[in-house]
Design a protein around this ligand. Structure first.
Ligand SMILES: C[S@@+](CC[C@H](N)C(=O)[O-])C[C@H]1O[C@@H](n2cnc3c(N)ncnc32)[C@H](O)[C@@H]1O
Length: 419
């Protein structure tokens, strides 16, 4: 495609994504479906440019003020992630000059906000929690792309065998530092045609998600509920940890998400999973299982701010009001799910948020209202699950994963045992 046309498409895609009325990945996929003729390199350049602009939106909008032409074109030029020669061929001498000038600006001299590229309402609680230096390290890590992590399905193969199969396919990978099930792949190779993947030997799953399943630690033959199973990332890990025995209920209010679990379930070889759509968190089904369950995972709906490396649009699409509403939902789901565990059973509340308001605050409120639940130390549980350096993953007894410290998405988990 001619460079001019490619830059125009990049501008058009940015215009659609920056409306921020839908998730960026959905807008990008729909755009590529409409532009069927784009080659893989061109798609890569457009997608990376879009994500770069979303990540560095405050800085790039600031720099774009001095240019001329459509704002989205200026942003596409400033954020261009395709080859330099394509961009050069697509822009005129005036734009070239402006770009040179913008690139010569020393970002470290600019206002704080333009360096961390987070909205104030997100930056403030994180800065309070981490202090200035570590907050900036987190902001940098959140603006990088996430590595590709896999979970080895131990029902199908051992981690070393999966590693060898990847190597034989020319894919470099190494064991993840914390999860005994994980492999971190070099680059972003396509995996979906690989026999290891199609036969269910591996699933794509961030190491942090794997650690959540390790905290639930379900055993053979147990009754387990994954209360917010979605497309089943954690369900699959739990089912494999149960060695395909017992009964694992995968609940969710979203039928379409549960539908997305089905092909993954088929690949995984699991037959102990029972997906069920709930009308709401107080559905009759929950009442029927009250007091009968060994382990319950509540992977609650949340702001998703721990996944900004993958979903940078969330920082612009979420709001303090939305988080307030989510908090109410989180408390209601946790309170209802807490009816399920039997005496001695385990309850895990987890999010992929970084905000204390969706994490420690919810967990502490729950502890205060539920004396029948004893808070367990996540570090001890992870150590029992053979996770190395477990104490470095935990603060005040809660699992607290941070992209800048642990190279995982941001995750939180609290674990209780019913007395
Ligand atoms: C963080 S996502 C779950 C991700 C999933 N556990 C995984 O590992 O892929 C939260 C899920 O909660 C579901 N949800 C929202 N409200 C719910 C409710 N009242 N009861 C049960 N699930 C709910 C959403 O549909 C969404 O799939």
């Amino acid at each position: 495609m001619h460079p001019n046309a490619l830059l125009d498409l990049s501008t058009e895609l940015l215009r659609a994504v920056l409306k921020l009325d839908q998730p960026a990945d959905a807008v990008v996929s729909a755009f590529f479906r409409r532009q069927g003729k784009l080659g893989s390199r061109e798609r890569h350049a457009l997608a990376e440019t879009t994500y770069h602009v979303l990540r560095h939106r405050l800085l790039l909008q600031h720099l774009a003020q001095s240019g001329s032409g459509a704002m989205e074109r200026r942003l596409a030029i400033l954020g261009w992630q395709g080859t330099e020669s394509v961009l050069k061929a697509a822009i005129g001498p005036q734009e070239q000059q402006w770009l040179q000038h913008a690139k010569s600006i020393d970002v470290s001299t600019l206002a704080d906000k333009l360096r961390h590229n987070l909205p104030d309402w997100v930056a403030q609680p994180l800065r309070e929690r981490l202090g200035e230096e570590e907050f900036m390290a987190l902001a940098r890590a959140l603006n990088e792309s996430a590595p590709l992590d896999l979970r080895v399905n131990l029902l199908k193969c051992k981690r070393e065998e999966a590693l060898a199969a990847l190597q034989a396919a020319g894919i470099e990978a190494r064991p993840t530092p914390y999860s005994p099930w994980g492999l971190r792949v070099q680059g972003k190779p396509a995996l979906n045609r690989l026999e290891l993947f199609t036969s269910g030997g591996v699933e794509v799953q961030d190491e942090g998600s794997q650690l959540l399943a390790l905290l639930v630690a379900p055993k053979r033959g147990e009754m387990v509920v994954d209360f917010c199973a979605g497309a089943g990332g954690k369900t699959l890990a739990l089912g494999a940890a149960m060695r395909n025995t017992g009964r694992l209920y995968a609940f969710d209010v979203s039928g379409s998400r549960l539908d997305a679990l089905k092909p993954r379930l088929a690949r995984s070889g699991l037959s102990n999973v029972y997906p069920a759509q709930l009308a709401h968190e107080r559905d009759e089904r929950v009442k029927r299982l009250a007091g009968k369950i060994d382990r319950v995972l509540v992977d609650a709906p949340c702001s998703g701010l721990g996944t900004l490396r993958r979903n940078p649009d969330l920082k612009w699409r979420q709001s303090p009001q939305a988080v307030q509403e989510l908090r109410a939902k989180q408390s209601a789901i946790l309170a209802s799910a807490a009816r399920l565990p039997k005496s001695g059973g385990r309850l895990v509340y987890a999010t992929c948020s970084l905000l204390p308001s969706e994490n420690e605050d919810i967990a502490r409120e729950f502890s205060a209202a539920h004396p029948e639940y004893e808070l367990l130390d996540a570090a001890e549980l992870l150590a029992q699950a053979q996770v190395p350096q477990a104490d470095t993953l935990v603060s005040d007894g809660f699992l607290r994963l941070w992209p800048h410290r642990h190279a995982t998405d941001g995750f939180f988990a609290a674990v209780w045992q019913r007395r």
